[in-house]
Design a protein around this ligand. Structure first.
Ligand code: SAM
Ligand code: SF4
Length: 366
């Protein structure tokens, strides 16, 4: 059993508003563990590390990025592949992380993504190999899916918010629905199962397609999941009043299907239902209206090497600075523990004092 000790504060800092250095800032009254899994003040054990491979993207989804993009992280600030793999190695071998999810931005834009997957899949923690999965817009999957599967990728989550080409263009500002569909088929053919499809439900945009999206998925043995829109867009235009809630999503689906709850959610963000008795399933990720922070086991590593305990965290732990100053593995593990110790009990979106993080979703890693 690990024992709490007062927190040393070498590397916590306020999250950057734009890429670039900012001052260190201690977090008050946090406690760190010195051994055992990454357990925070509320008893949550962290096993899932989401790694952003790049903040750049081939689409411009309205709920994520403005048409002109965002100020990209400078190349010298990005973690090299060796740095990224070293952090993951420490996390898996010494900090109890057993799930690695690659994300972005669009992770398949990283030129050596197959090599990254191979290196991460070769890691061995106390419980064996980590599960290595990917969240992607699928555009490069026709070229990469089978190489990724051969490299050890276990499965994919693919974003597809609409099945209509005109809406896809309006929503992503790119005319690429056919490429996304080809990418989904490529993932399936490469055996990257279960293929999970993600859609952000948006009022007056795609909320009349929820049933069609579930049919599309279940007919092909994919799993459709709907996500409540979160205040993470670069334009800060999110409004709670216009968000389609999980309850509304379920109401719409219940009008077309018989939904039977699937028990055993654990730390998973999605609550799931069997569709018409199964085996098809649908998930709803009601991050805003029904937060699941109490069971959260996730940490996030940005492409510029900042460790975040939450999508909505106001502080980051600068692993890149540690690495580049020659820190040993022990210092890196300690930095993980410091980050986890400062984790807040919840995202606080309902708190009147809530402040949207300055980094948009694309620069954090969704
Ligand atoms: N580019 C990849 C993709 O779109 O799947 C990976 C990165 S993307 C940031 C990861 C996930 O975050 C996607 O499923 C996307 O729909 C979701 N996302 C982005 N902005 C969001 C927002 N404001 N609210 C809810 N989900 C969001
Ligand atoms: Fe790109 Fe994914 Fe953001 Fe869409 S949601 S702009 S695909 S990072």
């Amino acid at each position: 059993m690990s024992s709490p000790v007062p927190l040393p504060l070498p590397v916590l800092r306020p999250a950057a508003t734009t890429p670039g250095p900012v001052a260190d800032a201690p977090v008050a009254d946090a406690r760190v563990t010195t051994t055992g899994p990454l357990t925070d003040r509320f008893g949550r054990v962290h096993r899932d590390l989401r790694i952003s491979l790049t903040d750049r993207c081939s689409l411009r989804c309205t709920y994520c990025m403005p048409a002109e993009g965002v100020p990209w992280i400078p190349g010298t600030d990005l973690l090299t592949t060796a740095e990224l793999v070293r952090i993951a190695t420490v996390a898996v071998e010494q900090a109890g992380i057993d799930e690695l999810r690659l994300t972005g931005g669009e992770p398949l834009l990283r030129a050596d993504v197959v090599d990254v997957v191979a290196a991460l899949s070769a890691l061995r923690g106390p419980h064996g190999a980590p599960e290595v999965s990917l969240t992607t817009n699928a555009l490069r999957l026709p070229q990469l899916a089978s190489r990724l599967a051969d490299a050890g990728l276990t499965r994919v989550n693919i974003s597809i918010d609409t099945l209509r080409a005109d809406r896809f263009l309006a929503l992503t500002r790119r005319d690429r629905l056919a490429d996304t569909l080809a990418g989904i088929a490529a993932a399936d053919a490469a055996g990257l199962h279960p293929v999970k499809l993600n859609a952000v439900a948006m009022r007056g945009v795609n909320d009349d397609e929820l049933v069609n999206l579930v049919r599309f998925a279940t007919e092909r043995d994919y799993e459709m999941r709907f996500i409540e829109q979160m205040p993470l867009d670069a334009g800060h235009s999110w409004r709670r009043t216009t968000m389609v809630t999980g309850a509304e999503i379920l109401e719409r689906l219940a009008g077309a299907f018989t939904l039977t709850p699937v028990p055993g959610r654990g730390a998973a963000p999605a609550e799931r239902w069997l569709v018409d008795g199964g085996p098809g399933r649908v998930g709803v990720i009601a991050s805003v209206s029904q937060p699941f922070c109490g069971a959260c086991d996730r940490l996030r590593l940005t492409a510029d090497g900042q460790l975040r305990s939450c999508l909505f965290a106001r502080t980051e732990t600068d692993l890149r600075a540690l690495l580049r100053s020659g820190a040993d593995d022990g210092a890196l593990v300690a930095a993980f523990r410091t980050c986890v110790a400062g984790k807040q009990p919840g995202h606080g979106i309902d708190d009147p004092a809530f402040l949207q993080p300055d980094r948009p979703m694309s620069a954090i890693g969704g």
